[in-house]
Ligand binder design. Sequence first.
Ligand SMILES: [Zn+2]
Ligand SMILES: [Zn+2]
Length: 219
Amino acid sequence: MSMWANIACADCGMRGPDFGQGGFLGYPSLAVDKGPAGDSGGPELVNLGFLLPAYAALGLASVGLDRLCAFLKEHDGHGMFILSEGHDAESEDLPPALTAMLEAEEADDEEEEDKRLDAWRETWEPPFGDEYAEARYELACAGCQTSLQTVGGASWLRTTNKSISEEEASLVLQRLFQVEPYNFYRADPILNPHEGLQPLRAYLDYHKGHDLKARTVPI
Ligand SMILES: [Zn+2]
Ligand SMILES: [Zn+2]
């Protein structure tokens, strides 16, 4: 059983957004190089900023991804830390601001805790504005007249309708499939190239250079 994780700003003593099923996407940094990114305590993570061009090439963005990027922009230059379920105020590897944050959280009575959690969750609830829709994500090849849709439920996705060039398809294959799957730890399944779009790799491999389009299909 895997544990949840939550990024947090080690300078501000503040939790980042809840992401996916309590996970993260790469190392929480918008730096565009691959890394080495900071120590996650697990297998090697690459910077989120290194993965982002692949999602841009796919025209794939969820509310969760956009909120995560917004948090990282707001805390530009600050230290990020990956908090996991096992951390508490007594954990010795925590930066002081996060120890203080966890102490404050642990001191909350039930009512205060509910209020804090509600305020934290509120920012994640729909509606998010016109640019997002509860949708499935679909790739379609006009030449071969086939399509590939995300499996499982829909997510709140940024509406898209774009062509994917051969170069873009190659970039996706390199950046999303040549990194440790741990980079997509409990991420939104739709953003996990190994889950939500299981046959993505084979589909891109086969159809790159064809008349390939990505779109969101509202449900
Ligand atoms: Zn900060
Ligand atoms: Zn094709």
